[in-house]
Design a protein around this ligand. Structure first.
Ligand SMILES: Cc1ncc(COP(=O)(O)O)c(C=O)c1O
Length: 307
């Protein structure tokens, strides 16, 4: 859905609430030229106890950690960003929404070393439904292994959520789309499975759950951590440090994506090969239901920040 079709009026920018149209930056912004920004994608759910931000503290942790390799000091502390976000959601009266905090080097000069460029921070929030299409959560998605590889952590930090690095994800998404697949899977530089362009990946085989370890070049997803924890509570053996070969994708009993945007989305085929019977599998179904039960009820207090 285009922003033009949305009824949201305010963005928090550098300490102030500004009208949506006025949330502008200079064309010589460092982050625009070199991708020197760090960001988060967070969801606020309309729980039984009212609107609540899911795992906000963990998203804040990752935001500040992402800034570190780039020498970026975010000029607002956790409480200020939390207060701003809660007020923004409250002002816009959004029962559920997607939240996008971003910090980036601003306007000063355009040497590669950001030097004294100011660090600018903004937070926007808007309604955002299912990420991979209306039927994705029930029917599953058709994906293709991308010809683009996920960059290695020896090239850029793979555990930082940095704006510039997302050109890798954009290329994989464009390729998947132009070949009529809903989403891509990226292999890492060694040819093993890394993740989706904006999702982590889980594989189910013989009743056990596998997900690539963090050294496989994937982001340390907060939904990934959530799924691992919930699956272990449900009694599953979870191999969270797995190396998964491309071939194992085709022979898996089940595959699913996890991510803030994608939530828990079944994968029904890879490169036109059906995964299992080509429908949502029982373990995926259980993990999806467990996840949605929590975000809809808000029952696990420590994972929610109430608006
Ligand atoms: C490349 C990539 N991998 C994985 C994820 C999933 O992470 P999370 O569950 O924290 O949203 C995301 C989304 O943020 C992502 O962009």
């Amino acid at each position: 859905m285009s922003f033009d079709d949305m009824d949201v009026g305010t963005i928090w920018m550098d300490g102030e609430f500004v009208d949506w149209e006025d949330a502008q930056v200079h064309v010589l912004t460092h982050g625009l030229h070199y991708g020197t920004g760090v960001f988060e994608g967070v969801r606020c759910y309309d729980t039984d106890n009212g609107p609540a931000i899911f795992r906000w503290e963990e998203h804040l942790d990752r935001l500040y950690q992402s800034a570190k390799p780039y020498g970026m000091e975010i000029p607002f502390d956790r409480d200020e960003l939390t207060e701003a976000t809660i007020e923004l959601i409250d002002r816009e009266d959004l029962p559920s929404c997607y939240i996008r905090p971003i910090a980036f080097y601003g306007y000063d000069m355009l040497g590669l070393d950001p030097g004294d460029a100011p660090v600018k921070v903004s937070i926007a929030a808007w309604p955002w439904g299912t990420y991979l299409g209306e039927d994705a959560l029930e029917e599953g998605v058709d994906v293709a292994v991308s010809s683009w590889r996920k960059y290695a952590s020896s090239q850029m930090p793979t555990n930082a959520k940095t704006t510039g690095t997302y050109v890798n994800s954009v290329l994989a998404s464009l390729e998947a789309d132009s070949n009529d697949y809903t989403e891509a899977i990226l292999l890492n530089k060694d040819g093993q499975v890394a993740e989706g362009p904006g999702e982590n990946l889980f594989l189910v085989r013989d009743g056990e759950i596998y997900t690539p370890g963090l050294a496989e070049s994937n982001l340390d997803g907060i939904t990934r951590q959530t799924v691992i924890e919930l699956a272990e509570e449900q009694g599953y053996t979870v191999h969270d440090d797995a190396t998964i070969s491309r071939g194992e994708l085709y022979t898996a009993d089940e595959l699913f994506f996890s991510g803030t945007a994608a939530e828990v989305t079944p994968i029904r085929s890879v490169d036109d090969v059906e995964v299992g019977p080509g429908t949502k599998g029982p373990v995926t179904d259980e993990m999806q239901r467990t996840f949605f039960d929590i975000v809809e009820s808000g029952e696990r207090d420590e994972w929610f920040t109430y608006v």
